[in-house]
Design a protein around this ligand. Structure first.
Ligand code: BES
Ligand code: MN
Ligand code: ZN
Length: 537
């Protein structure tokens, strides 16, 4: 999607659809809403007095405007109380604007954010009352508001359509075209709109930049979604490696792709034991963004790239097994985050690592009871071949630590069904060995609108992984399954500050939002990028 920022009055110049937010605690119509009401000869005010337009969340009212100048349609979107507004309010606003455009089969949409222009001029608050619109913008921060609207627009405009054949699909003509252009207008919440030349109040500096940040995050997340949505026969480990190499080309990353031969040399017995059951060769994908000082240690992002999880010999039930194509969601998010980091040119060294394999069944597949040796040297008794994610991550984490000595590592993985039981679909589980790092990750999640919540990695849980024949078992039984999985991973990070995100309940699903469709969510791409951005300063 093409995104543009305009400091000018949204009522000057032609627009197919303009979206305006309305807060439930806005007593009077001001700024652009006042202008709209004037053009409608009081229709807005009448709708408000009739109780049809209260600014409640989810409320949407479409108006058709007379005259040739300005927007032909305006949709007023209820946003709830301005005093509750946060980044997610504005992300959803952008998303809802796109959904309205889709309903009308339009491919362009403009969003106006009242309070954006006034809030930046500063120093005036003492002289007059601060409107709810301005307060909302002020609290979230003008650049964060614009970034969030941009994310909402560009994320909502994404859909996975690459496998439909034109003309062959019965719902072809019911499906609206994708929205390709988005505009964000800054408007004062109080002042008169700009003059006939369209020059409104001066826009704060940096808002242009904020759009680029939002755009980069969305581009990264949309790449992650594409990779997730691709079925297992398309998104194989070699496919992920090819995509990574394209990213390297585009953004000047260093790259390293390990195949079975290199994995043997690295003694990656855990990753190889999972790949053994499949005809598809595994890959360990490494991308290096070198934006910082040459000798500064990087931060590392590691993502599970299991392109299809049948469970192996410990076969999963047939029902819903198709969703196990999403078992590479962590790897997809890492590649998406690397794309965003490359687009932003962050002044940091960042390495992205994706161990990728299928978990299938053939005559050589690993069996329950087998004992394998990890790259780290520790032996593991395989109790359940369906606990494969921790195995491929074990070798990837140990490799990343030894090879890069990162200042911190964050991994993300669709690791355990237990995580879905514990936290459902609205937060990832967060575990790790460093409280400060965990706080950073949690805050990055809040900022990004991709929440995570801690589970304790306390010592007594470790006992559940004790084996009679090897250093560790690969499963710790039913109780606290996400925690024992975290304990397993922690055995392979040494003393490196490390955080683990279990995204089994949040990476994909049917919990759609205005800016995300059911299916692939690209979670936690935005969280990862915000975490890295937070480390820049
Ligand atoms: N990929 C699954 C975890 C998963 C489950 C992701 C549901 C998304 C939705 C993982 O490889 C797995 O199978 N984990 C097992 C571990 C168990 C055998 C200890 C699980 O959670 O059942
Ligand atoms: Mn599994
Ligand atoms: Zn899995």
């Amino acid at each position: 999607m093409d995104l543009e920022f305009r400091a000018s009055d949204p009522f000057v110049g032609p627009t197919d659809l303009l979206a305006l937010p309305l807060y439930s605690d806005s007593e009077d119509l001001r700024g652009p809403l006042q202008e709209l009401d004037a053009r409608l000869e009081g229709a807005l005010d009448r709708a408000r007095r009739a109780g049809d337009l209260r600014g409640r969340e989810e409320e949407a009212s479409l108006f058709y405007l007379p005259g040739d100048d300005g927007p032909s349609r305006v949709v007023v979107l209820g946003c709830g109380s301005a005093s509750d507004a946060d980044g997610e309010t504005f992300r959803k606003l952008g998303g809802r604007a796109v959904r309205q455009a889709e309903k009308l089969f339009l491919t362009e949409v403009a969003v106006c954010v009242p309070g954006l222009a006034a809030s930046s001029s500063g120093g005036e608050e003492g002289r007059r009352e601060v409107s709810p619109e301005e307060q909302a913008v002020h609290r979230v921060g003008p650049d964060r508001v614009v970034q969030a609207v941009a994310e909402g627009l560009a994320l909502a405009a994404w859909d996975f359509r690459e496998l439909f054949t034109e003309g062959a699909d019965q719902t072809d003509d019911e499906r609206p075209p994708l929205v390709t252009r988005g505009r964000i207008h800054a408007a004062s919440a109080t002042d008169e709109p700009g003059g006939p030349d369209g020059a409104g109040p001066a826009a704060p500096q940096g808002l242009e930049e904020a759009i680029r940040v939002g755009e980069a995050l969305a581009a990264g997340q949309n790449l992650a979604r594409n990779l997730q949505a691709r079925p297992g026969n398309v998104a194989t480990p070699t496919h992920l490696a090819d995509v990574a190499l394209e990213l390297a080309e585009e953004h000047g990353f260093g790259s390293r792709i390990l195949g079975p031969g290199e994995m043997e040399e690295e003694n990656m017995g855990a990753l190889l034991s999972v790949a053994r059951g499949s005809d598809q060769e595994p890959r360990l994908i490494v991308l290096e963004h070198r934006g910082g000082d040459e000798d500064a240690p990087p931060v590392a992002l590691v993502g599970k790239g299991l392109t299809f999880d049948s469970g192996g010999i410990s076969l999963k039930p047939a029902k819903g097994m198709e969703s196990m194509k999403y078992d590479m969601s962590g790897g997809a998010a890492v590649l998406g985050a690397m794309k965003a980091i490359g687009l932003l040119g962050l002044p940091m060294n960042v390495v992205g690592v994706v161990p990728s394999s299928e978990n299938l069944i053939n005559g050589s597949a690993t069996k329950p009871g087998d004992v394998i040796r990890t790259r780290e040297g520790k032996t593991v008794e395989i109790i359940n071949t369906d606990a494969e994610g921790r195995l491929i991550l074990a070798d990837a984490l140990s490799y990343t630590r030894d090879r890069y000595d990162p200042s911190a590592m964050v991994d993300c993985a669709t690791l355990t069904g237990a995580c879905v039981v514990a936290l459902g679909h609205h937060a990832a589980a967060l575990l790790g060995n460093d409280d400060e790092l965990q706080d950073e990750v949690r805050e990055a999640g809040d900022l990004a609108g991709e929440r995570c919540w801690p589970l304790p990695l306390w010592k007594p849980y470790r006992k559940q992984l004790k084996s009679e024949v090897a250093d560790l078992k690969n499963v710790g039984g039913r109780p606290a399954g996400s925690i024992t999985a975290g304990w397993f991973l922690s055995e392979f990070v040494g003393g490196t500050p490390w955080a683990h995100l279990d995204i089994a309940g949040t990476a994909y699903g049917d919990t759609e939002l205005p800016y995300r469709r059911n299916g692939a969510f690209g979670f936690p791409t935005r969280l990862l990028v915000e975490w890295v951005r937070g480390r820049v300063a």
